[in-house]
Design a protein around this ligand. Structure first.
Ligand SMILES: [Zn+2]
Ligand SMILES: [Zn+2]
Length: 320
């Protein structure tokens, strides 16, 4: 028997489907309509950033970790000019510039984006105005140049203004010799999105892996811009292969970590993926898999951050 709720959901889906069929413009309007009913996470993030101080942690002679409301940032100082990784929210820019000025008076040089998401790139325009050239994977520029949808958050992102776009892009990898160190920038195959890279400061032995790693909690995987659970596992393995026992690893979110922490995260992702994949292969629906609590063994340790176990299990189911 079909409940009233099921009928409403079915009708709702039917309306959405016909809106999509009618015209792309209408479909976009529908998406914007949905967005109006849920909190605007971009506005929320910008608001939070206004009130969140930037903390600075020295990781090496000339390399620092900067943490605020958005994704974790890194800074390299030196005579060749400042290199900043990620730009947080637009509203953080004055605070980030103050935090940088507190440790260095070197000139602005390069901003590297770990991936396209707004909590890592919203400050790009402000940093460009401060003199930074922006580097990223070519897909980051592509996604920031065109409207994007992050379905999970009911977000439709308009294209970023031209000054916010990366002006130097690469496909697989890029190496820069800067301030006495070698910076390796390497693309991950689609993982959290299809734009993810890591940045390894070889001499300093600092590795920024962006949002392929949420240290200490279940990660968000952006299934609408190329993310998938197996990609996250492969990307973690790729980062583990770059790291050694003394590498300082900066996750996109959460505290600074070490190789052993990233290994635990990798193993958790693999175990959840394997459980969910087996249930899905046996014909279970998403709701049935979530009801079986495939993350139960991990929820106490990993389920207290951004996503609970049920929500994470749903993402894994949809992308496995
Ligand atoms: Zn992020
Ligand atoms: Zn992200």
């Amino acid at each position: 028997m079909t409940s009233a709720m099921d009928r409403r959901r079915f009708l709702g889906m039917g309306m959405a489907a016909s809106a999509v069929a009618a015209s792309p413009a209408k479909a976009m309007g529908w998406a914007f309509g949905q967005a109006a009913q849920v909190p605007d996470r971009v506005a929320q993030g910008r608001e939070a950033a206004l009130k969140t101080p930037i903390t600075t942690t020295k990781l090496y002679d000339n390399v620092y970790l900067l943490q605020g409301a958005g994704g974790n940032m890194a800074l390299q100082t030196g005579r060749d000019g400042l290199v900043l990784i990620d730009s947080s929210f637009s509203t953080s820019v004055p605070k980030v510039r103050e935090a940088i000025a507190a440790v260095s008076h070197d000139s602005a040089e390069a901003l590297i984006n770990t991936h396209w998401h707004y909590d890592h790139t919203d400050g790009n325009e402000g940093m460009r105005a401060a003199g930074y050239s922006i580097y990223a994977h070519k897909n980051t520029r592509e996604r920031m140049s065109t409207p994007q949808t992050i379905q999970f958050f009911h977000l439709v992102m308009p294209p970023s203004p031209a000054p916010a776009l990366p002006s130097i892009t690469f496909s697989d990898s890029m190496q820069a010799w800067h301030n006495g160190d070698s910076l390796d920038m390497v693309h991950f195959d689609p993982a959290h999105t299809d734009t993810d890279i890591y940045i390894h400061f070889q001499k300093a032995n600092v590795l920024h892996v962006g949002d392929i790693w949420f240290n200490g909690f279940y990660p968000f995987i952006d299934e609408s811009t190329g993310g998938a659970i197996s990609g996250m596992i492969n990307a973690s393995a790729k980062a583990l292969a770059v790291a050694d026992g003394s590498t300082k690893i900066i996750p996109g979110h959460g505290p600074l970590g070490a190789k052993a922490d990233l290994q635990k995260y990798h193993d958790m992702l693999s175990a959840v993926r394997d459980k969910v994949a087996a249930l899905k292969a046996g014909g279970a629906s998403e709701q049935e898999v979530v009801a079986k609590k495939p993350t139960a063994d991990f929820d106490a340790a990993w389920g207290k951050g951004m996503l609970g176990g049920d929500v994470f299990a749903g993402i894994v189911y949809r992308t496995v």
